[in-house]
Each structure stands twice: as structure tokens, then as C-alpha cells.
Write a protein that binds this ligand. Structure first.
Ligand SMILES: Cc1cc2nc3c(=O)[nH]c(=O)nc-3n(C[C@H](O)[C@H](O)[C@H](O)COP(=O)(O)O)c2cc1C
Length: 198
């Protein structure tokens, strides 16, 4: 059942079938507790989950740049968030750049890099929720700025930034963002998503 509750900070999935609790409870907040921290062990755990995700041919064409709030790395990631993202993500406990390895050092192409990075961030997200944290992925980033900030070679392409932290009451956001934070979460119906099922 849909559960949108600004007081308990839950915004559960309105799923047509019962799902495992982690998937039922996962959602992407923008209101994070700016006093909450992520431990070194928690950050290692989510990155380890990303590392163990499957990838085509086990090539693992993904890399990460992770910074906890208060560090120089976090500051550099945060200043390369675009538009609306810059208005909320600074309160997260950590920001993680998802980097594509598009070509190896030997010149071999990695055409499934985007897919494989996405898989690893899905695993990171599930692990983070198991740690009691919330995750919000962002494509609205300055990829060139991030590459320059971390001196990445051309073959490494910053593709997303993922905010990880502790969800907080939406009242700290502006009115429009706060309303989005408690709006019902929606999806295309299952019978539209599944083209064939026999
Ligand atoms: C690849 C990707 C890029 C996204 N980019 C942004 C973004 O730049 N800014 C933002 O606020 N949300 C972004 N989102 C979050 C989505 O809007 C969000 O996952 C979607 O609305 C579903 O909401 P839910 O995660 O709470 O179920 C992104 C999500 C993904 C997977």
C-alpha cells in the first residue's frame, strides 16, 4: 500500500505485488539530515556492494570517487552538481561519483559500461538501505568539471553522483521541493512495462 508520511519519513512503494522490505521501503529523498554522518565501515560496505555487482564479461568498467561531508572530496563533488541538485545534496552524509571506464588503458572498448555502472549503483542502494541510509542518484552533474577536479583521464567519464545519508523532515526544503518530497511515488503499470509474459 502507498504510505506517504512526512512525520515518519516513510514513502513506501505502492507495489502490485509484495516485495522484499528493502525494495518496498527504498525511495530517493532530497531532504537529508545535515548533522548525520556515515561511518567509514558503512561507506566501505556500500562501495563493496557496488564492487560485487555483476557486469558483462566481469569487466567491471566502473570506478567511484567517494567523499564524506566536510572533506575536500565532498566539496569538489558538491560544487559540480547542477541546478536544483545543488540546492539539496549538500546535506547528504556522502557523495559518490559513478565513473564509467569507457575504454581500457590498452584501448579495448567497454560498451556495457553504463549498464554495469547502473547495476553497481543498484547494489549500493540496497546495501545503503540495509544500513539504515537513503540514496538519491543524480544525472544533473558537470561531468567535465568533475573530471578536471579529480584529474581523471579521458577514458574515465563521470556519469552520475549519488547522495547517501539520513532522511530528514521535508520542512527544511523550499515549498515546491517539500511538496515533491511527500507526493505519491508513481510507476508505469506492470502490464505496460512487461511487453510479453506467458
Ligand atoms: C540515473 C538517474 C539519474 C537521476 N538524476 C536525478 C537528478 O539529477 N536530480 C534528482 O533530483 N533526481 C534524480 N534522479 C532520481 C529520480 O528522479 C528518482 O529515482 C525517480 O523519480 C523515482 O523516485 P524514487 O527513487 O523515490 O522511487 C535520478 C535517478 C537516476 C536512476
Amino acid at each position: 500500500m502507498t504510505s506517504t508520511n512526512a512525520d515518519t519519513l516513510t514513502r513506501s512503494t505502492d507495489s502490485s505485488q509484495p516485495l522484499v522490505p528493502l525494495l518496498e521501503e527504498r525511495w530517493s529523498p532530497r531532504s537529508y539530515d545535515e548533522t548525520a554522518t556515515i561511518s567509514d565501515a558503512q561507506l566501505d560496505a556500500v562501495l563493496e556492494a557496488a564492487r560485487w555487482a555483476p557486469s558483462a564479461m566481469n569487466f567491471q568498467p566502473r570506478r567511484f570517487v567517494a567523499g564524506r561531508r566536510g572533506t575536500e572530496t565532498f566539496r569538489k563533488i558538491n560544487e559540480n552538481l547542477l541546478g536544483f541538485n545543488a540546492a539539496w545534496a549538500f546535506r547528504a552524509s556522502a557523495l559518490v561519483v559513478g565513473v564509467l571506464e569507457t575504454v581500457t588503458a590498452d584501448g579495448d572498448e567497454r560498451p556495457f559500461a553504463q549498464y554495469d555502472l547502473g547495476q553497481s549503483l543498484a547494489a549500493l542502494t540496497v546495501q545503503a538501505h540495509a544500513e539504515g541510509l537513503h540514496v538519491h542518484q543524480m544525472a544533473g552533474i558537470d561531468a567535465a568539471g568533475l573530471r578536471a577536479a579529480f584529474d581523471l583521464p579521458e577514458r574515465f567519464v563521470p556519469y552520475t553522483v549519488t547522495a547517501i545519508g539520513t532522511v530528514a523532515h521535508p520542512s527544511q526544503l523550499d515549498d515546491k521541493a517539500a511538496a515533491r518530497e511527500v507526493a505519491p511515488r508513481t510507476r508505469i503499470p506492470l502490464d505496460e512495462v512487461v511487453l510479453v509474459k506467458e
